[in-house]
Design a protein around this ligand. Structure first.
Ligand code: DMJ
Length: 626
């Protein structure tokens, strides 16, 4: 090394300085080594991570739901157990995983990939969420559906007779709506004989049930002025700050379901705001020792209680078991897992509890979590619980294995214990009271033709045809009960009766949809023209017996020569009966079943996979259908 002489510095002086510097540098490097050594001896490697790992790897994700999930992760073992339940159920969580993993199509490999359990799944979820943070779900939805919701031509049939029939149904809807608007605007239902409104006590202080229930029907029928009136009312007059006693079930299926569908079909943010506001008000109903909600809730105070008529303060299977579809969507839209947690808790309890002969009784204590009495029915009190099992599976794009297993096990028990053949060869679903059969079938139970039908294809391969046959037989039996082209509230198969009401008190028809609902599904599944013929018979009978000067009314006795009206146009007539008829006379691409499931009030909800996945589909603009 050559040291050049610096001006003013002697050679010996320079040598001295250099050796001082050398010693100083040596000392410094020793100090640095010591410090690093000390770092490695710290009790955990947190500090090292802080120094060496990148920010994105170490920082928690800041999207709302992810933080919520992380908060849960930090809680105690009990909560961990709870979350594990949610994840291992594969339902909602695996649906999210599937969609967030953005696989272009559903393959077996993809499904296998998603079978992650416990914390791993949650971790995947949070990491994936961070990547999707920037693009909004609403935007994705436009691209998600496999087909346009309203079809290529709004489901218009090229068959003139079918088109004519559909136009007739649309005219009925307009007639029902116009009269509601003229005489009962803002009330819950129309009283078509006295030409006034009805409020009732099912919805607490909520009003406008017929409006909220009609939004999607008006929209899919292309009654756009009417839809706009309905939308404006919801925006300006639907007051959610009510204080009355509401049925959790009814508010959920009609209001939450109606607003969700309206949002998904139209993209109007206002519907989303309203439904999330309403959803929050329902949560206190779940504050029970088991998390099984009580039937009645005060939407203002949040206090809840059981129906006075329900034995020993019990909750009703068809009520607490008919929240799943809507609540999962509330979680999706709010990015808050709480709604999904609430319904998964119900699911878990029902899955675990011992069931007599594999059957689900209709009454359960929200305090002890035990069955209160052994009455089993596919009709009233039980019905839509079974419906929501198979529909949860379908809505999860067939990933919710727990729902699937529960549904097929329940169906097996139903077949073994309740399904009967009458002397005249009619298949029916009897009711079960602690082991004794009551050979009666309610009108409500007639939805099961459609339910068994839509579940047929996912049953065990050797059972598929059998399920489709069973669905067709039940639908046939329900059609048989429509002896006067409309049917009674309940019909019997004993004492010589073959699908007829034997008691005067069972002879009424209140514009219910269930039989027509099964016609619609069976039409979609088989394209057997008899279902359209049966639907048309019902249209003619509705026109003949139920149409009055100012709307449609239920009737007191379907067998009576002289018709007696009950003076009530139920909101489900607009939401369900007329919608199912309209779909029956439309092409299958109007609300295709590949993309939509209908809640129990006939409000269409999109499959979750399609809702979130933005790599498949059509790239639609769902907000410009008209
Ligand atoms: C509707 O509100 C729903 O279909 C519910 O599941 C049962 N009853 C009525 C119609 O009959």
């Amino acid at each position: 090394m050559v040291f050049r002489k610096l001006p003013g510095v002697s050679a010996s002086g320079m040598g001295l300085r250099l050796s001082q510097k050398f010693v100083f540098l040596l000392f410094l490097s020793g100090l640095v080594t010591l410090c690093f050594g000390a770092l490695f001896f710290l009790p955990d490697s947190v500090r090292l991570k802080r120094i060496f790992l990148s920010k994105t790897e170490s920082q928690p994700v800041t999207v709302g739901s992810d933080n919520d999930l992380r908060d849960h992760l930090k809680k105690g073992a009990k909560d961990m157990e709870h979350l594990r339940g949610i994840t291992s159920a594969k339902g909602e969580t695996s649906t999210k995983l599937k969609s967030l993993s953005r696989k272009p199509s559903i393959t077996n490999e993809a499904k296998a990939d998603e079978k992650v359990v416990g914390g791993e799944a949650l971790e995947d979820l949070t990491m994936s969420r961070s990547k999707t943070e920037s693009s909004s779900k609403d935007e994705k939805f436009k691209k998600c559906l496999l087909k346009p919701p309203l079809g290529i031509e709004h489901g218009k049939s090229s068959h003139p007779q079918t088109l004519h029939r559909r136009d007739k149904v649309k005219e009925m809807m307009k007639f029902a709506w116009d009269n509601y608007k003229s005489f009962a605007w803002g009330k819950n239902e129309l009283r078509p004989l006295t030409k006034n409104g009805h409020i009732g006590n099912m919805f607490g202080g909520l009003r406008g049930a017929s409006i909220v229930d009609s939004l999607d029907t008006l929209y899919i029928m292309g009654l756009i002025d009417e839809y706009n009136d309905a939308k404006e009312w919801v925006e300006t007059s639907l007051d959610l700050n009510s204080n009355g006693e509401a049925s959790l079930f009814e508010v959920n299926i009609r209001y939450v379901g109606g607003l969700l569908s309206a949002y998904y079909l139209t993209g109007e943010e206002m519907f989303k705001r309203k439904v999330l506001e309403l959803g929050e008000k329902l949560l206190p109903a779940f504050n029970t020792p088991t998390g099984i909600p009580r039937g009645v809730i005060n939407l203002g105070s949040g206090t809840s209680w059981s129906w006075g008529w329900a034995s020993a303060g019990s909750s009703i299977l068809a009520e607490f078991g008919t929240l799943h579809l809507e609540f999962v969507h509330l979680s999706e839209l709010s990015n808050n897992p709480i709604y999904t947690e609430k319904v998964m808790n119900i699911r878990r309890l029902l899955n675990k509890i011992e069931k007599p002969h594999g059957l689900y009784p209709n009454f359960l204590s929200p305090v002890s979590g035990n069955w209160v009495q052994h009455h089993v029915s596919i009709g009233g009190l039980g019905d839509s619980f079974y419906e929501y099992l198979i529909k949860s599976y379908l809505m999860s794009d067939k990933t919710d294995e727990e729902a699937k297993n529960m549904y097929y096990s329940a169906l097996e028990a139903i077949e073994a214990n309740l399904v009967q053949k009458s002397p005249g060869g009619l298949t029916y679903m009897a009711e079960w009271r602690g082991g004794i059969l009551d050979h009666k079938m309610g009108h409500l139970a007639c939805f099961s033709g459609g339910m068994v039908g839509i579940g047929a294809d996912d049953g065990a391969p050797e059972k598929r045809q059998h399920f489709l046959d069973l669905a067709a037989e039940i639908t046939h039996t329900c059609h048989e009960s429509y002896t006067t082209k409309l049917g009674p509230e309940a019909f019997r198969f004993d004492g010589g009766a073959e699908a007829t009401a034997t008691r005067l008190s069972d002879r009424y028809y209140i514009l219910r949809p269930e039989v027509i609902e099964s016609y619609m599904y069976m039409w979609r599944l088989t394209h057997d023209p008899k279902y359209r013929e049966w639907g048309w018979e019902a249209v003619e009978a509705l026109e003949q017996h139920c149409r009055v000067e100012a709307g449609f009314s239920g009737i007191r006795d379907v067998y009576a020569q002289t018709v007696s009206h009950d003076n009530m146009q139920q909101s489900f007539f607009l939401s369900e009966t007329l919608k199912y008829l309209y779909l029956l006379f439309s092409d299958d691409d109007l609300l295709p079943l590949e993309d939509w499931v209908f809640n129990t009030e006939a409000h269409p909800l999109p499959l979750l996979f399609h809702w979130l996945n933005d790599t498949v589909g059509y790239g639609l603009k769902p907000y410009n259908y008209y």
